[in-house]
Write a protein that binds this ligand. Structure first.
Ligand code: S3P
Length: 176
């Protein structure tokens, strides 16, 4: 942990992890339990661009989404206090975002196995990156690329296994 981390951050909780890991569900539950505010980076990106994420992909491509995520991290994140932040799964693809998340929040990696993610995402049509013939292969490939970044960004890794949402929230609350 760097010195700066100690100075800022401790009033916010950021949840990072792969699509379908449960960041939004856990984030909302944590917010309900703690009375902290809740914000979802995907929703903020949609507000900034005034269009749903699949349309951002379709019209402008994934690089545009990454720029909007960067706007969220540099513009909105530093203004937050006492807030649980659920993030889009690709937010860690930008080194600056990693730094900002670590600076302004305590970061938890909500870690799931490819099998568990697949069972959650197999019928999902809302994530453009996973609309491929072999969804399990897409999950494994993307996760292998991103795993080191989730680990670098996280102050704490929560292996969710078969844990229920309330248990994941309980573990997070026992750490902060
Ligand atoms: C993405 C994750 C999605 C959303 C977009 C891209 C990714 O958010 O930002 O479809 O690159 O992992 P969730 O992790 O909330 O599904």
């Amino acid at each position: 942990m760097e010195d700066n981390d100690e100075v800022f951050c401790r009033t916010n909780i950021a949840l990072i992890g792969f699509m379908g890991a449960g960041k939004t569900t856990v984030g909302k539950f944590l917010s309900y339990k703690t009375k902290m505010s809740h914000i979802d980076s995907d929703e903020e990106v949609e507000k900034i661009s005034k269009m749903p994420i699949p349309m951002i992909f379709q019209k402008y491509g994934d690089r545009h989404l990454r720029l909007l995520e960067q706007d969220f991290c540099s513009g909105i994140l530093p203004t937050l206090t006492n807030t649980v932040i659920s993030t889009g799964g690709g937010i860690i693809l930008n080194q600056k975002n990693i730094e900002m998340l670590r600076l302004y929040s305590k970061v938890f990696y909500i870690k799931s196995s490819p099998q568990k993610l697949y069972s959650r995402l197999k019928d999902d049509i809302s994530r453009p990156l996973l609309q491929t013939y072999d969804k399990m292969d897409a999950i494994k490939t993307l996760l292998a690329d991103r795993e080191p970044l989730y680990e670098i960004c996280a102050h704490h890794v929560i292996n969710t296994g078969e844990l229920e949402v309330f248990k994941i929230a309980e573990i997070i609350l026992s750490i902060i």
